[in-house]
Design a protein around this ligand. Structure first.
Ligand SMILES: [Zn+2]
Ligand SMILES: [Zn+2]
Length: 255
């Protein structure tokens, strides 16, 4: 991916269900994993980044596993696990002298980490961020900056943003940090307000129809609002199962 986010990409993602920035981020991460598995499994720099981070974080390790590339993942994981194995092979319990200050401190506060294993704990702690998280962060910054830049531009993204599912709360909060003018602020906030008002209304309808007195009323736009509201608050799941959850969702019409 280049250093700028294309207007076309943003526009396209805003027409899909859920938060456009979450989707762009997931797509970029998927691209990162594909290129890692196809071209970079044996690349020394990529391997060193992964080793420094002690592998991928929980979310990204499982996202990578969903690619079902047994050979690529075996090569990557053997490298990291081999390194972990060498680290614990050399490890020793560093016992404190019975009358030392450290031993006294430990017996006074049993909750504090043991000094005898502190060095090994430090060695097994990631020295850098998960490489896929680094990639995600770049995509988030790039797409949110582009969205703010193009929101009110001629032929910009305002209309498509207004009829989208809006940004998830974490990305909305981050978008606000890039707003520099009142007009962009108004456009962003009023757009997001209308989107959340609609969602809250759908939740209210869904809750109402759980009441036995109204349970025979036909189902409408409130179907799936509980999942859409989870996305709105926490962001998309960021894995492929997400696609299955969203398969039957329609983009709500504006107004
Ligand atoms: Zn998001
Ligand atoms: Zn990660």
């Amino acid at each position: 991916m280049g250093k700028t986010m294309s207007l076309h990409n943003l526009r396209e993602m805003l027409t899909k269900p859920g938060c456009a920035v979450c989707r762009l981020t997931t797509e970029a991460t998927e691209g990162f994993f594909r290129s890692l598995l196809w071209e970079s499994v044996n690349d020394p720099d990529a391997r060193s980044d992964i080793r420094q981070a002690w592998g991928f974080c929980h979310q990204h390790a499982w996202q990578l596993a969903q690619h079902q590339d047994s050979l690529g993942i075996a090569i990557i994981n053997r490298d990291v696990l081999g390194n972990a194995l060498r680290t614990i092979e050399k490890a020793q319990f560093q016992a404190l002298p019975p009358l030392s200050l450290g031993r006294a401190r430990e017996s006074l506060s049993p909750g504090q980490p043991a000094a005898a294993t502190a060095e090994l704990v430090a060695q097994l702690t990631p020295r850098s961020t998960c490489p896929a998280c680094v990639q995600e962060e770049k995509t988030e910054v790039m797409s949110l900056r582009a969205l703010m830049k193009h929101l009110l531009a001629e032929q910009g993204l305002l209309a498509v943003y207004q009829s989208s599912d809006g940004l998830c709360l974490p990305h909305f909060r981050q978008a606000l940090t890039y707003v520099r003018t009142e007009s962009v602020f108004e456009a962003l906030v009023s757009g997001q307000r209308a989107i959340w008002e609609r969602l809250v209304d759908h939740l209210s309808q869904a809750i109402r129809k759980c009441d036995y007195r109204f349970k025979d009323e036909p189902r409408g736009e409130e179907v799936g609002a509980w999942l859409r509201s989870t996305t709105a608050l926490a962001g998309e799941r960021g894995d492929r199962r997400d696609a299955a959850l969203n398969r039957n969702r329609r983009l709500p019409k504006k107004g």
